[in-house]
Design a binder for this molecule. Structure first.
Ligand SMILES: C[S@@+](CC[C@H](N)C(=O)[O-])C[C@H]1O[C@@H](n2cnc3c(N)ncnc32)[C@H](O)[C@@H]1O
Ligand SMILES: [Zn+2]
Length: 269
């Protein structure tokens, strides 16, 4: 049986001949990469474009965010109990963090892994690297997952859908929510903008959750011009930067950039 449920009638889904099917005859074909499309409507919503997915993949594979992946994986193992674990990466993107956390959880014990993202291109990239996990194109605001089934969620820079997360999470389960810290990418922003701003920081309380703590993850690296371009193309700044700002960045041969994140640890009450 799949951890996904039918997005139409909410019944369980079973794998039959490379499709997921429910008892009411709704059927969802798996792609050759193994992912499945479970969005009820794709009208008016879109996630990362193919170009952004490629830039994110290129940049992440160079390992600059490995400290975040390692901290997230360590925390995930510390937060789950013994026995079988159902793990969801909500807004999984290219699956970079999903893979690290899944590997750490599997080394600990039996684990089922599901990843969802609203970008079909991102989900396909995830499916290619996560052969034993279930991947679906779906929205965090309408998860194709039954109530009270998930032991741990990771959400890395993706939209926070606390009501849906609370619905699918078991009581006592964990949400690891990653956001950029105030100085994240500040030197790059200083090149792009005349008046760069720091990201706002501060923990938020969500209904149905208790904030247990937070962990900063900081590192820095000197990036080549090519690495800077990949980084720029995977950020929202790509869409909001003036031509002048973008040209200033592309003229650089290298730049020291700081990577600065906060992992918030929430327990489902
Ligand atoms: C900044 S990216 C982070 C991706 C991944 N967690 C990572 O850090 O590599 C944000 C992701 O959220 C996805 N996204 C945006 N809106 C979404 C929604 N409503 N439901 C699910 N995913 C969404 C985008 O497609 C994108 O892959
Ligand atoms: Zn159905």
């Amino acid at each position: 049986m799949s951890l996904f449920i039918c997005p139409v009638c909410r019944k369980e889904l079973f794998e039959v001949d490379k499709s997921l099917k429910c008892v009411n005859g709704h059927s969802f074909d798996k792609s050759s990469a193994g992912d499945v499309f479970l969005l009820r409507t794709s009208k008016g919503i879109h996630g990362d474009s193919r170009e952004m997915v490629r830039a994110r993949h290129d940049f992440l594979e160079r390992g600059f965010y490995a400290p975040l992946r390692d901290s997230l994986s360590r925390l995930a193992v510390e937060c789950v109990g013994e026995g079988h674990v159902n793990y969801l990466d909500a807004g999984c993107g290219t699956g970079y963090y999903t893979e690290g956390v899944a590997r750490a959880l599997m080394e600990r014990g039996e684990t089922s892994v599901v990843g969802i993202d609203i970008s079909k291109d991102a989900v396909k990239t995830s499916a290619k690297r996560l052969k034993t996990s279930e991947l679906a194109t779906a929205s965090v605001y309408d998860l194709p997952i039954a109530d009270n089934t998930i032991d741990i969620i990771t959400n890395v820079f993706s939209p926070m859908a606390e009501t849906e997360f609370a619905r699918v999470m078991k009581s006592g389960s964990t949400l690891l929510y990653v956001v950029p810290a105030s100085r994240h990418l500040y030197s790059m922003k200083s090149v792009l903008y005349e008046n760069p701003y720091e990201n706002e920081e501060g923990a938020v309380e969500y209904d149905g959750f208790k904030l247990m703590g937070s962990q900063p993850v900081d590192s820095s690296a000197t990036l080549s011009g090519e690495e800077l371009s990949s980084l720029f193309a995977m950020t929202p700044y790509f869409w909001t930067t003036s031509k002048d700002g973008a040209e200033r960045l592309s003229a650089l041969d290298s730049l020291k950039v700081e990577f600065s994140f906060i992992i918030y640890i929430y327990k489902r009450i």
